[in-house]
Design a protein around this ligand. Structure first.
Ligand SMILES: [Fe+2]
Length: 245
């Protein structure tokens, strides 16, 4: 009897220890996978930066801005991870040779160039397709980041909730960054002006529910901080470019 009790205790202890070891190794594996994923995203951003450093800086800011929106909207961890990857890489398609002269040109785009650049969301989706298994929905999100709530966006002219929520968030952050950084040399109220313009575009260009999130003082404060930091980065990049002739 004593031997049987001892055997049971040993089996139970072995099962517990085995379970702990399995949990530890699977946790370690998950951490390693997550780290590998982050490193891989960084590699892609370096590739993007080599071709177009301004787009890389812009993409990092967009990821910060959408991260603030996602936290305020209470998005789950999995959706937030996909949103972050999509935000960081949404313009990856612009590295394609097809867009080189447009991305690096200084003159305003003509009709043909505008039509051509409107293909870059598809190009991004194509480049990121191998990641779809790890982030279901990623290709649809990046393919839709220039769609508008009222259906007048591109490339497909999707309407309202036909557009994935993450793509609607990227569209909002993308527009805010473009507005605030385009006015890099204008002082004062440009950030406030950008938020006002976005509020005006609620229900037309932008998802009104997401625009509502900007009414939260916490969200506003964080977005303004990203815009300010971005201005410093852009001025530094400008100064560096001037120095290297
Ligand atoms: Fe884009």
């Amino acid at each position: 009897m004593k031997t049987e009790t001892l055997r049971r205790k040993l089996v139970s202890a072995a099962t517990t220890i085995g379970g702990i070891l399995w949990l530890r190794s699977s946790r370690r594996r998950r951490r390693r996978d997550a780290r590998l994923h982050r490193s891989f995203t960084e590699v892609l951003l370096h590739v993007l930066s080599a071709g177009d450093a301004a787009t890389e800086r812009h993409s990092r800011r967009v990821a910060e801005l959408t991260g603030v929106l996602a936290a305020e909207a209470g998005l789950g961890q999995k959706k937030r991870r996909t949103l972050r990857i999509a935000s960081l890489l949404h313009d990856m398609g612009k590295v394609d040779e097809e867009f080189y002269d447009i991305v690096h040109g200084r003159a305003a785009l003509d009709r043909e160039e505008r039509a051509r650049i409107e293909h870059h969301p598809y190009r991004t989706a194509h480049l990121l397709a191998p990641l779809e298994w790890a982030h279901p929905g990623l290709t649809r999100i990046v393919a839709s980041h220039h769609e508008r709530w009222d259906g007048r966006g591109y490339p497909q002219g999707l309407h309202g909730e036909e557009i994935p929520e993450a793509a609607r968030m990227i569209a909002l952050a993308d527009a805010f960054d473009a507005m605030t950084q385009r006015r890099v040399y204008r002082d004062g109220g440009a950030v406030g002006e950008a938020i006002r313009e976005i509020c005006t575009g609620a229900g037309e260009q932008f998802d009104p529910t997401l625009v509502d999130l900007l009414r939260s003082p916490g969200v506003r404060r964080k977005w303004i901080a990203v815009a300010r930091k971005g201005r410093v980065e852009e001025m530094e990049a400008e100064a560096q470019a001037a120095e290297s002739g």
